[in-house]
Design a protein around this ligand. Structure first.
Ligand SMILES: [Zn+2]
Length: 87
């Protein structure tokens, strides 16, 4: 019979093995310089992340949002000019 470690237990072990600020970034494995109280997670719950990875992910997200907006604008413009909307 296998014993599954649940998330709480996993966090407890991490807190024991990596006390204080020794929290590692889940993207690049660098120390995040953060402790449990101020660890950084994305809106999607990905983390903990270091400052670099966190800002990188926010930038990517912002870029995706801008891309969507640009696609909408292009779509609207193509309708205005009577072009095929599928383009
Ligand atoms: Zn990182």
């Amino acid at each position: 019979m296998s014993v599954a470690i649940n998330q709480d237990e996993h966090e407890r072990i991490n807190a024991h093995e990596y006390p204080g600020t020794r929290q590692l970034c889940c993207q690049c494995n660098a120390p995040t310089d953060k402790c449990e109280d101020d660890s950084m997670y994305t809106d999607d719950g990905i983390g903990p992340l270091c400052c670099d990875c966190y800002s990188l992910r926010s930038q990517e997200k912002e870029r995706d949002i801008l891309k969507d907006k640009l696609a909408d604008i292009k779509h609207d413009a193509s309708i205005e000019h009577g072009e095929d909307a599928a383009l």
